[in-house]
Design a protein around this ligand. Structure first.
Ligand SMILES: [Zn+2]
Length: 561
């Protein structure tokens, strides 16, 4: 009890000390040297990476230790995202997060399973009380894994401040050997308005990059006039691995004075969506290339150290400028790119023709569109910029521009399905058509009488799709009527075409059993060590439901003693 009270006391005492980061307070959560496959705030799909991805030697099951004293303040188990995740709050106000875990330490695992059996759900989120799970530094808290949306075994580790903002763990002295310079892969240049040109063109261009012996770069000279800006694709490599990770800081200079800076130190989760305005969204969406802009346009991100509208370069006729980009990693290894800009009025330059449509989207206004059975509602501030939208409805297909504009809010798409029979209505869903063959990708669809409603941040082509195929369920590691006395696990495969799996429920002799679902291997796993199966003759029943409500039931018998 004394320990609990003193923990509380220390909490209130240090809660305001946020600006200086305690050094050597947080230790390496693994027993192996720190090698990273991902750095803080590196650019990912629709978000900045919120922690470090620590490599686990291509294995799962490595011991994960508490990085400092504290208590387990949150446990979340989910099919996607972080998978199994543990949050430890520390007396200095920071929280460490450990994600994609295989399982928790025995004490925590028992706590979690109790909740899962009570709620009859694998997915849970709990916020234990301070005294429930007190943790000392270096205590075993979990085993590393690959659960949730993880693409290979690793430990995702975060440090968050009191406002739940993820911080760069390296600020706390988490030390990663890094002696090489960041690497620049490509540079783009953008004319930023109708009257601006680069090399007589009004559209963005990739410019030729020449690596120098010392790790810096030169580019081809460019001729420009008007307002221009640049964008970069750069990465960093640490000493102990070949992984391409994110960089720490980027600065740009025009004729020796700094005109832009971005710093990957800390961000908040509600601003992570603005990554799509930081990158060239069109290039990412169409070519999967992630180029980040070196100018700040309509972007409230707090990672910028420069004010709004910084990074723009105004090029006048008959001038000569030197533009420099400095890319640095956390250890201050740096790479410089030098670009010579000649101000040249071009006689042949023609502005890019903008396609005009009847649907002009004003970013700061609400727009409601309706055509036959489809309506689309864009709320105020859905987009960053004003633009002419392509909008067309043919039968049940909605052409809603192309996925080339970043959105910061969901818009809604509503289909009136009155013309369909009741039976068909129930099997319909709204799909986004993707790829060359227009594969219908399920979009979460709500039903309200004769309306189907989906929300999305992605423009593109949508259509109604029908799912009449039930999920399939099969056993993986046993046969009907088999004796499974020596088995530790019961494994089932579940699959669904079209709309995908929405939920599943497994019982033995009528009693709910915990089955962990791994969507990547389509596997449900029950651990007999849960101790809930005590009968000899066991009737297993698994019901799986897809996203439009088709369901399948699988029943089988097995024996155990
Ligand atoms: Zn991660």
């Amino acid at each position: 009890m004394r320990f609990i009270l003193s923990l509380f006391f220390v909490f209130s005492l240090f809660s305001s000390a946020q600006n200086n980061y305690p050094q050597d307070y947080f230790s390496n959560p693994l027993e192996i040297p720190l090698v990273l496959s991902g750095t803080f705030a590196e650019l990912r799909s629709n978000h900045f990476h919120s922690g470090l991805d620590i490599k686990t030697q291509q294995r799962t099951g490595l011991k994960v230790k508490a990085s400092a004293n504290g208590f387990v303040s949150r446990i979340k188990v989910s099919h996607f995202g972080y998978g199994k995740a543990l949050y430890i709050s520390h007396p200095n106000g920071y929280t460490t997060v450990y994600a994609h875990l295989q399982k928790f330490s025995p004490e925590i695992e028992a706590y979690v399973k109790k909740q899962q059996y009570e709620k009859e759900s694998y997915e849970i989120e709990v916020f234990p009380k301070v005294e429930d799970l007190l943790i000392l530094k270096d205590n075993l808290v979990a085993y590393s894994g690959n659960s949730g949306g993880s693409g290979g075994p690793h430990l995702h580790f975060e440090i968050r401040d009191k406002q739940e903002r993820p911080m760069n763990p390296m600020l706390f002295g988490i030390n990663i050997k890094d002696s090489s310079n960041p690497i620049v892969k490509s540079i783009y240049v953008y004319p930023l308005d109708k009257n601006s040109f680069v090399n007589s063109s009004n559209t963005k261009q990739k410019i030729r990059l020449t690596p120098l012996k010392n790790g810096d770069y030169n580019t081809e000279n460019i001729n420009a006039i008007g307002n221009i800006g640049f964008a970069i694709n750069a990465f960093d490599r640490q000493d102990l691995a070949a992984n391409s990770n994110g960089v720490y800081n980027i600065q740009t200079y025009i004729n020796g004075s700094r005109n832009f800076e971005i710093d990957f130190k800390r961000f908040s989760f509600d601003e992570t969506k603005h990554i799509n305005q930081l990158i060239d969204y069109e290039l990412f969406s169409t070519k999967k290339q992630r180029i980040q802009k070196l100018f700040r346009k309509n972007n409230p991100l707090s990672l910028f150290k420069s004010p709004l509208n910084d990074g723009f370069i105004k090029v006048e006729d008959s001038t000569y400028s030197i533009y420099k980009i400095r890319v640095a990693d956390y250890k201050n290894n740096e790479a410089w790119v030098t670009i010579h800009i000649k101000g040249t009025k071009s006689s042949i330059a023609k502005p890019k023709e903008e396609k005009v449509t009847p649907y002009f989207i004003k970013a700061n206004q609400t727009t409601n569109l309706k055509e036959s059975v489809v309506s689309v509602d864009f709320y105020k501030d859905t987009f960053y910029d004003d633009f002419y939208l392509d909008f067309e409805v043919k039968n049940d297909t909605l052409k809603l521009h192309k996925d080339v504009k970043a959105a910061k809010k969901n818009f809604t798409i509503t289909y009136d399905v009155s013309k369909y029979s009741n039976e068909d209505k129930n099997k319909l869903y709204i799909a986004r058509l993707v790829g060359y063959n227009n594969y219908p990708f399920y979009t979460y669809t709500k039903r309200k009488d004769h309306l189907l409603i989906a929300s999305s941040k992605k423009l593109g082509t949508y259509a109604l799709a029908m799912d009449t195929i039930k999920p399939t369920i099969s056993s993986i590691n046993f046969k009907s009527k088999q004796w499974l006395s020596k088995y530790r696990y019961l494994k089932i495969k579940i699959k669904d075409e079209d709309s995908g799996i929405s939920n599943y429920r497994a019982t033995i002799n009528g009693k709910w059993i915990l089955m962990e679902y791994d969507y990547k291997t389509k596997t449900l796993t029950h651990d007999f060590n849960d101790g809930v199966i005590n009968d000899t003759k066991n009737n297993l029943k698994v019901i799986v439901t897809d996203n439009v409500g088709n369901n399948s039931t699988f029943e089988t018998l097995f024996y155990r003693k």
